[in-house]
Design a binder for this molecule. Structure first.
Ligand SMILES: [Zn+2]
Ligand SMILES: [Zn+2]
Length: 192
């Protein structure tokens, strides 16, 4: 390793999101499958809207492949989702599965020297950190408007009750005073 390598962010080597690639070796073509469960330290997603809750277990199933520039990671991450329906505010539980494809460049590889750290991930002391990769993929996969059901009818704007519970015949007698005045006029002038 040369002295001019960029100083990379420190990795917590004991983190379940961090994978040691030393066993893989650097011979291009060698590969290793890694299957493990990692716990989300923080919400992965939008807190209070929808995401993988803090403390939830995310199942990682990835293939590490040694390539010329570094280690290519492909595979999937699967985790539980918890959130709130944006129409009726009911809790939602679901599951998210994302595909992962990420190159972790070797320090001093051509990729390392020609790209910024936020463009291409880096190996740090032969370790790679899947947490930011999974985080990015999950955030992209989350629905912008989480719904308990595609056709959730939401809440009655008058009473705040759920339409699903209120039923189609639910009505409020109170009418907007402006409409009430109009209605009276029409009732008085039926001949127009
Ligand atoms: Zn809903
Ligand atoms: Zn109502």
């Amino acid at each position: 390793m040369s002295a001019n390598r960029k100083s990379p962010a420190r990795l917590v080597l004991t983190s379940p999101w961090v994978i040691d690639t030393r066993e893989l070796g650097r011979r291009p073509g060698s590969s290793r499958r890694v299957h493990r469960v990692a716990t989300a330290d923080h919400v992965i997603g939008l807190e209070g809207v929808i995401g993988v809750p803090a403390g939830a277990e995310v199942e990682l199933d990835v293939l590490l492949e040694s390539v010329v520039e570094g280690v290519l990671v492909t595979g999937t991450a699967v985790g539980p989702l918890a959130g709130e329906c944006s129409r009726c505010l009911d809790p939602i539980t679901d599951e998210v599965e994302v595909g992962l494809t990420e190159l972790f460049a070797y320090p001093d590889s051509a990729t390392d020297l020609t790209t910024d750290e936020d463009e291409v991930s880096r190996l740090v002391e032969d370790h790679l950190d899947l947490e930011p990769v999974v985080r990015d993929a999950v955030v992209l996969a989350l629905p912008h408007v989480p719904l308990c059901a595609e056709d959730c009818a939401g809440l009655c704007t008058e009473c705040g009750g759920k339409w699903a519970d209120l039923g189609p015949n639910h009505r409020h007698e109170t009418i907007d005073p402006r409409w009430a005045a109009l209605q009276e006029r029409f009732q008085q002038d039926p001949g127009q």
